[in-house]
Structure formats: C-alpha cells, structure tokens
Design a binder for this molecule. Sequence first.
Ligand code: ADP
Ligand code: MG
Length: 322
Amino acid sequence: DAIANQIAAGEVVQRPASVVKELLENSVDADSKKIQLILSEAGKNLIQVIDDGKGMSETDARMSFERHATSKITNSDDLFNIRTMGFRGEALASIAAVARVELKSKRPEAELGTSILIEASEIKSQGPDAVPQGTSIAVKNLFYNVPARRNFLKSNPVEMRHILDEFHRVALANPQIAFSLTQNDKEIYNAPAGKLSQRIVHLFGKNYQSQLITCQEETEWFKVSGYIGKPEHAKKTRGEQFFFVNNRFIKSGYLNHAVQGAFEGLLKDDCHPFYTLFIEMDPSKIDINVHPTKTEIKFEDERSVYGIIKSAVKQALGTHNV
Ligand code: ADP
Ligand code: MG
C-alpha cells in the first residue's frame, strides 16, 4: 500500500500547482459559493483551500484520504490505465502521502464539525471540532518526506506561475463561484461571483473590458461559446488561451490552430490572440484517454470540431469589424 501511495502520489502531485488543482476542483464539486486559496512560499510551505460547500461527515472525512482504487499494478498496461483513468478518489490520498494535511469540515445540518491531522498517510489526530460550515484543507510542507522531490521544485516565481495557471482555469470555468487568492498574506485576487466577462476582466485586467468579442455557435451536437480578444490586442505570449470541454480545461494544439487560422491576416507577427471558449458536447464523442495528464483530448470527429470553431471565431471577428 505504501508503494501504491508513492506511485500515485508521484503521478498526481508533481508540484504545488497539482495540489491546488485537485483541492480547487474538489471545492467546486462540493457546490461551494465561495472558495479561498491561501499560499505561502508559492505553495511550498502552505496550500490551503477554504470553501463553504457541502462539507463532509466524520466518516467521509476519514474516508476521503483512503485510496478507492483497488487494482494492483502488475504491468505497464495496468499502469497506463491507472494513469489515464484519472485517479478517481486518489487525489487526497496521494497528497496526504507527501505532506502534512489538516482537514476541517462541517456539514450544514451537523452541530459540530470534525478535524483531522494526517502526516505522510498516517492519521495523527482526529476529533469533533467547532469549525465553520464547509471544508478547509491545509497542505503543509509539501514533499517534506520526499527530499528528492522537494529539491526538484523550481523557484517561487516559477511554481507560482504554475499555480496561477491552474487558478485561472478553475476561476474561468466557474464564474458563478467567488474566488480569492492570497500569497504570503498579500491578496492577489478577490473575484466576486458574476458573469464570465467580469471574471475575465477581474483576472486579466480592466483593459480587457473593451477588447472582448462574443463568440457563439451551435449545431445539433456541438456548442461553442465564450470570448475572443480583439486582434490588435494579441500578445507575443500565448498564456491567455483557454479551451474548456464540458467545463474541463483542455490543451489542444489542433483547436488552437483553428482559432489562430480564423485570425489569419489580422495578427501582427508572432502574436497570439486571447480566447476563452467553452465547448459543450456528448462526452461519448470524446476520447479522454489520449493523454495521462487529462488536459489533452481527442475528438471522434475532429475535422468537424475544427471547422465549427474556425467558423465561429471568423464570424465573431466579422461582426466586430463591421
Ligand atoms: P475525487 O475527487 O476523485 O472523488 P479526492 O481524493 O479528490 O477524489 O476526494 C475524495 C473525496 O473527498 C471526494 O470524493 C469527496 O467526497 C470528498 N471531498 C474532498 N474535498 C472535499 C470538499 N472540499 N468538500 C466536500 N467533500 C470533499
Ligand atoms: Mg478530487
């Protein structure tokens, strides 16, 4: 079991940003209205996520750190399967294997909440506790028990960059939830619940207010909606390009090419337009297992997807130019 813990931890938890992603996604899943992310030293010393979601019972809280998967790794095929199946029910167990984790949680109907302290997969203490409704999970001293991994972490600015990427993705995908981010006691974001356009402006700056163009197209089996940035605002860096499929962030060079193609002739050399586009479609037409990190996917009918995206962006640019 210790070996399974270590293998899974290595896959799920590569750096502070991986912890941030898993904790934020859990808080979203818990129907939270407000999610706070608190960091110290770019997450190396502390990553804490506090939500006001549905919380956990005492049993749930204890169970949440237990690995649900029962399969044993016997060959590389099995390993590949585990990697691609998305570690359902393994994130917290993996995180707790390589850090000190403090969980506090209370369900709305419960009188008292519960708090648990876990170090390197071992429960150090657990008991009833007067805690606010929702869940707080604090992950301290990541990789303290795996020095090789701890030493492998990059500088704070680099780790912070990765964390911000994850934060931006979750915050964009869920504008109906308020998000805040504090690093070393300094508030970096405090974004209230609102519309997608407001969320974009909040995350990327006031000057985005006037540069967003609505993009929307729907067919029988496919829907794309969101915003593209005006071509004259395109930047040399490509960090601000987001595709979500059924509300999950994905990376797709192919779809990016479709957008870039629609902008053809409108961009200055080596410039990349802003976009935040949401695709909604039947999950059975998606091959999610194409890449272990789950951010890359393949569509059954990728030529059609390409065509619809390109035409949607072209049309949006056309209305903007009139
Ligand atoms: P998964 O999300 O794949 O189920 P995790 O290890 O991330 O696996 O979480 C394990 C379980 O712990 C979740 O299924 C959920 O029941 C519970 N849980 C984790 N975080 C929260 C939270 N913020 N609020 C309520 N329940 C949570
Ligand atoms: Mg999870």
